[in-house]
Ligand binder design. Sequence first.
Ligand SMILES: O=C(O)[C@H]1O[C@H](OP(=O)(O)OP(=O)(O)OC[C@H]2O[C@@H](n3ccc(=O)[nH]c3=O)[C@H](O)[C@@H]2O)[C@H](O)[C@@H](O)[C@H]1O
Length: 432
Amino acid sequence: MPSLAEEELFLPSTPGKFKDKSKTMHRQFHRCFASTSTMFLWALFLVALTAAYLSFQSFVDSGSKYFSAAWGGVHWEKQVRSSAQIHRHNGFSVLVTGAAGFVGTHVSLALKKRGDGVVGLDNFNDYYDPSLKRARRNMLESQNIFIVEGDINDARMLAKLFEVVPFTHVMHLAAQAGVRYAMENPHSYVHSNIAGLVTLLEACKNSDPQPAVVWASSSSVYGLNEKAPFSESDRTDRPASLYAATKKAGEEITHTYNHIYGLSITGLRFFTVYGPWGRPDMAYFSFTRNILQGKPITIYRGKNRVELARDFTYIDDIVKGCVGSLDTAKKSTGSGGKKRAPAQFRIFNLGNTSPVTVPMMVGILEKQLKVKAKKNVIEMPGNGDVPFTHANISSAQRELGYRPTTDLQTGLKKFVRWYLSYYGYNHGKSVK
Ligand SMILES: O=C(O)[C@H]1O[C@H](OP(=O)(O)OP(=O)(O)OC[C@H]2O[C@@H](n3ccc(=O)[nH]c3=O)[C@H](O)[C@@H]2O)[C@H](O)[C@@H](O)[C@H]1O
């Protein structure tokens, strides 16, 4: 029995008609209990809703759509640190973006070989067969190069990387490549070559010390330029493809970061790079595949039946140009987001200086593969292609000591040897 004092607590506040005290108490108790449990349920619901919202936010924040791979944690940091370890006097610690890509793999191996610390970054997207990227990664891992699986658009991951390692240099090679694919998927170019570039530069500018940045532009920025050979001072304001436009935008964007924040910047205009472990979307690679499989190849030709030509540049020469750029890059001058003094800004052509026509390139492949190609020659569709490229490399020669030494015949021979071995033609598959 409740005490009087307790009973009084449950008495109606307005006295009047007689009421059965115990019944009233019971009802009151139930009402109170019911409202408490309802409140409890509501609270539970709100907590669950908040938790769901927060985890959704963090999912969106980390951009899980793009950045599905895990990063962070003690073990991950240990791997990153160990990979960045320098093993030579005055060596560098280099973050190589696009490290599982064609140029990224070769540059990473060259740097590691001479004792620099190298940490790779790659999002392993499926623009072309990701199994080739995984195979390149295995090769890098066998040389103790750790590749972070992540996207250059992931600002939090980049901040963490720079927190773990005070990189001296960034070799930025991650990009959406390919001239003609830009008509199919324009946004992927904006995502990687513009938004991703800005996110990366933000991370570089915020880090202390700031790294020197060397990055891949493209010969395609010369666009409709007809003056040959192409010099760095020539017009680059008439791009023929969205790919070229995003690379040109990259040159302007990097200039801004150099100007405002004191980032040391070197942009490299690569001229149709080819070689072992190359990109399957490029003509020399897909032609090789089709020729071996007995499938036809399509050869574009220009107006008035003019043959298209490219200043094909062998990967080992490009690697020397990249390493030379890192070696001659001056330090960035900013810290804490502020420029202390003017910083270095350079742009170089890395080409071969001897354009070869596409039909001649096919002829070399036929000879190397000992198979005749089934050729389908058509007029160049309006797809962003330019009729020819031809590099003047005197600047790179002077400033970087860049001297390409591999002609197309020699380079394609090495490529074909690799291709046959990698795709198992030496072990069973027959070359017709
Ligand atoms: O220097 C660059 O900055 C760029 O180089 C490369 O572009 P491109 O020079 O266009 O190379 P690539 O596609 O191999 O076509 C070679 C030739 O074959 C012709 N070509 C191509 C395909 C085809 O089916 N038929 C054909 O005739 C085609 O018309 C062209 O004449 C990189 O892909 C690009 O990412 C960028 O780095």
